[in-house]
Design a binder for this molecule. Structure first.
Ligand SMILES: *[C@@H]1O[C@H](CO)[C@@H](O)[C@H](O)[C@H]1NC(C)=O
Ligand SMILES: *[C@@H]1O[C@H](CO)[C@@H](O)[C@H](O)[C@H]1NC(C)=O
Ligand SMILES: *[C@@H]1O[C@H](CO)[C@@H](O)[C@H](O)[C@H]1NC(C)=O
Ligand SMILES: *[C@@H]1O[C@H](CO)[C@@H](O)[C@H](O)[C@H]1NC(C)=O
Length: 414
């Protein structure tokens, strides 16, 4: 047992997004597992479920990993079990190893076998050694995989071929069947629903949370965005207090816009924010000239958000758990769409508008010229064709952001 743990300790150190050690390795690839697998239609089911379970995004963010792909025929057995999405996610996590195994390395395993930690191991759902996969390099050149805690009598699955190798960031290999184990298939308690406003109230953003609660449209928009990924920058209470006179001056629509402006419909972990710069769209962005975006700019450990009017700094984390991140910032983000760039400028005189309840504009179909949801009131003269580079980007970084994110340390033991 002692020895087993020694091995585990050495082999499987999955450095989960360690700090912001940006690119410790010279060449870091940008990749998109969905795109890679799209070139191989025989993996369309596997790829589909990586997307549905949101694991595709995690794969794209990580480095030094191996994806064990199963073809459509091979996927049938696991789909026939009708697992919940949460359990299926855990089973698929067994197929994502926290180390780089190209075909060559698989056929040269020191001592003939290795225990690799999988992404399942990194969850709280994997008891004991159940998140590990035993890889054995047999004498005849055959390589097999079996979860460490597979049921007795489980037949190991075999290496079929290498699908894509990007040393030493990503290796995609085909295996002959699905890897599974009782622990991976076990029912997973649905995550307790997060009450966003409660959470913010308790962690320094009470004033902001109160404003959300007072505006059910806005509160619902935030709530409905969580599943698809949401990052909220909530102004701390001191910042909100200082801003209240200006807030009260805004029209109802302006108030709605500025609250939505503090939500970004993509999940960004603090590591992602620390290792990328670029414009982000917000829940207030509507794909028209009113871009309602800002720029994330990091300087080492410090992450700032720059609108044309203010620069706010992230001060603390309320929650950072895919798909939801909430960070406390030291200033209210003022969009140029609502405030003049000149110092201390008041909000532009609003033109009353019937449509007071601005919906989450992103809900309107992309850029397909929907009626401008934010209304004309808030366009100061200096607006017009503003720098909305991100305006057509559906909430994603303008720069290829997700790319260099996870500088995962390589523990190249074998
Ligand atoms: C990855 O590729 C797929 C298919 O080409 C595409 O639909 C998806 O938007 C891409 N994801 C990212 C994050 O670029
Ligand atoms: C993997 O399984 C094989 C076959 O059961 C066993 O001989 C080997 O010791 C195991 N390797 C590890 C690292 O546990
Ligand atoms: C969050 O909790 C507050 C009370 O603490 C409640 O008024 C509000 O309706 C809850 N919001 C949601 C979305 O459940
Ligand atoms: C509110 O608006 C009024 C009228 O436009 C202006 O005089 C005042 O300075 C504004 N107050 C703040 C705090 O912006």
């Amino acid at each position: 047992m002692r020895r087993l743990w020694d091995i585990l300790a050495v082999v499987g150190v999955f450095v989960v997004l360690a700090g912001s050690i940006s690119a410790t390795r010279a060449a870091t690839h940008t990749y998109n597992i969905t795109k890679i697998l799209a070139e191989h239609p025989e993996f369309s089911t596997f790829s589909h479920y990586l997307s549905v379970t949101r694991l595709a995004g995690e794969i794209n963010r990580r480095r030094t990993i191996t994806v064990l792909a199963v073809d459509n025929a091979g996927m049938a057995s696991i789909l026939a079990k009708h697992l919940t999405l949460e359990s299926l996610r855990n089973v698929l996590r067994l197929h994502i190893l926290a180390d780089y195994f190209g075909a060559k390395k698989l056929h040269q395993l020191t001592g003939g076998s290795a225990l690799a930690s999988s992404m399942f191991q990194a969850t709280g759902d994997a008891p004991g050694t159940s998140g590990y996969v035993n890889i054995t390099d047999h004498r005849a050149g055959k390589v097999t995989f079996i979860p460490k805690d597979a049921d007795d009598g489980t037949v190991p699955v075999a290496f079929v071929k290498s699908v894509k190798e990007m040393p030493y960031d990503l290796s995609v290999i085909q295996i002959s069947a699905v890897l599974t184990s009782p622990a991976a298939e076990a029912p997973v308690a649905a995550p307790a629903p997060v009450n966003l406003t409660d959470l913010m109230s308790r962690k320094g953003c009470k004033a902001f949370a109160d404003l959300l609660r007072a505006n059910s449209d806005v509160e619902n928009t935030f709530g409905a965005s969580v599943d698809g990924g949401l990052t909220v920058f909530c102004p701390g209470d001191a910042a909100m207090k200082a801003f209240m006179p200006k807030f009260k001056n805004l029209t109802a629509e302006g108030k709605t816009s500025i609250l939505l402006y503090h939500g970004v419909p993509v999940y960004y972990s603090i590591q992602m924010l620390k290792s990328n710069n670029g414009a982000v769209n917000t829940l207030a962005s509507d794909g028209t000239s009113k871009s309602f975006n800002y720029t994330v700019q990091n300087d080492g450990e410090v992450v700032t958000l720059k609108t044309k009017i203010v620069t706010a700094t992230i001060k603390s984390t309320v929650i950072d758990q895919d798909p939801l991140a909430v960070f406390v910032i030291d200033k209210v983000l003022e969009p140029r769409e609502l405030f003049k760039i000149a110092v201390d400028a008041p909000a532009p005189a609003p033109v009353a508008k019937a449509k007071a309840k601005a919906k989450a504009p992103k809900a309107s179909k992309d850029t397909a010229s929907p009626p401008a949801p934010a209304g004309p009131e808030e366009a100061p003269a200096d607006m017009k064709d503003s720098d909305n580079a991100a305006g057509r980007n559906d909430g994603r970084w303008v720069v290829a952001a997700v790319a260099t994110v996870a500088a995962v340390a390589a523990v190249g033991i074998y």
